[in-house]
Design a protein around this ligand. Structure first.
Ligand SMILES: [Zn+2]
Length: 120
């Protein structure tokens, strides 16, 4: 379990799951192909990070639902509630949150995958 926490920490800090020192990203949205320190190849197979997109989608949808659903309930019980701004805010969150979580969803995925399937 200690290894799992170490991998989770590396993923959240956007570090290599193998050595914990190399960075995952060279720029805001561009990953290194290999760890700059230990040269481990990050993308294990084609489409490897599609699960990261799933993590990103789940986190985004849960956060949007946690914010918009209570506001929808309040809107349904409050006369003259500003519905349009709430809808616009929900739409903006649905667009912005995946961008904000892009890097960390990849970090989380690579750490989770290395916890379940350690490299040989
Ligand atoms: Zn490394």
């Amino acid at each position: 379990m200690e290894r799992g926490w170490a991998l989770l920490k590396r993923g959240l800090l956007l570090r290599c799951p193998v050595c914990g020192k190399g960075k995952l990203f060279r720029s805001l949205f561009t990953m290194y192909e290999r760890c700059p320190v230990c040269h481990f190849v990050y993308e294990r197979e084609e489409g490897y990070f599609s699960s990261a997109m799933a993590i990103n989608l789940i986190i985004t949808e849960l956060l949007v639902a946690a914010i918009v659903i209570p506001l929808g309930v309040v809107a349904g019980t409050t006369p003259n509630f500003p519905v349009v701004p709430v809808l616009i805010m929900g739409g903006l969150l649905a667009v912005l949150l995946p961008l904000l979580f892009y890097r960390h969803s990849r970090g989380l995925w690579i750490s989770f995958d290395h916890w379940l399937n350690p490299p040989l």
